[in-house]
Design a protein around this ligand. Structure first.
Ligand code: SAH
Length: 253
């Protein structure tokens, strides 16, 4: 049976995933707890990615080498950069760039040396499946979040976006910095700290990968506001619902 890997950036999101995997077994490697079990009839390995590119790349490599996952999905939160990308929206990556990679003048800015490219594309089929699942969940977002939460965050209708996500070893929390990112990478929809590293590892191994990020902030001077509350009340229920919808439709093989 194909093994599906799920990497979550934060503890609360992982907890929401593990709640769906009763009877999971813990396997500890390199200080990381990998949870091996089943979800909706699929063989699943779930793990906390840890924050930042190096930690996430190590975790991804272990997922592929030790646990032999056949597809890898990253769920987490991100800061919105694109014009219509608002808090509460979901972005499914079509490709990822390391925004802090700069080996110029030896290589063009953002290009990963010896790969001949800056953008690591996600798997098209996997991304389409996750985008469909995210779209379905957002159409009934209030049901997944509960009425109190929905009223408190006071959103209109959350949107699903597909496009470029950029990653770097920095929590982007000033308007100056997010503006600089928009200028350097005008297509970027969202910024986070792990995805592009995981995409590069999956490219090395030829394993399908995609990333799904709920927008927690606008990567500006208010980026820290209510971050933890947003994770528990919104991002974690979204991750769980999106993955559940996706797995329910995906054929076991
Ligand atoms: N408060 C958290 C730390 C969050 S670090 C804790 O105590 O664990 C930020 C995480 O959210 C990273 O995983 C990153 O990928 C993502 N993220 C959300 N908004 C971001 C932003 N504006 N800039 C960079 N990363 C962001």
């Amino acid at each position: 049976m194909a093994v599906i890997g799920i990497m979550s950036a934060l503890h609360e999101e992982l907890a929401a995933v593990l709640a769906e995997m009763p009877g999971e077994q813990r396997v500890t490697v390199a200080g990381r707890d990998f949870w091996v079990g089943q979800w909706q009839g699929h063989a699943v390995v779930a793990v906390l990615s840890r924050i930042g590119k190096v930690a996430a790349a190590t975790t991804a490599t272990l997922m592929l080498e030790r646990f032999g996952v056949d597809a890898l999905v990253f769920t987490g939160v991100a800061g919105g950069l694109g014009p219509g990308v608002r808090v509460g929206d979901v972005v499914v990556a079509s490709g990822l760039v390391q925004h802090d990679m700069d080996a110029s003048p030896l290589f063009p800015r953002h290009e990963v040396p010896l790969y001949g490219r800056a953008i690591f594309e996600t798997d098209a089929a996997l991304s389409t499946q996750l985008a469909e699942a995210a779209h379905e969940v957002l159409q009934e977002a209030d049901r997944h979040l509960g009425p109190d939460t929905w009223a408190r965050w006071a959103w209109g209708s959350p949107q699903m976006h597909r496009g470029l996500i950029v990653s770097g070893d920095r929590f982007v929390s000033t308007a100056t910095e997010s503006q600089a990112l928009r200028e350097a990478l005008p297509d970027a929809l969202a910024v986070e700290m792990e995805g592009a590293a995981v995409a590069q590892v999956c490219c090395d191994y030829g394993v399908p990968f995609t990333a799904v990020r709920t927008i927690s902030d606008r990567a500006d001077d208010a980026a820290h506001t209510d971050f933890n509350r947003f994770i528990s009340e919104v991002a974690s229920p979204y991750s769980r619902a999106i993955l559940a919808h996706w797995l329910a439709k995906r054929l076991t093989a």
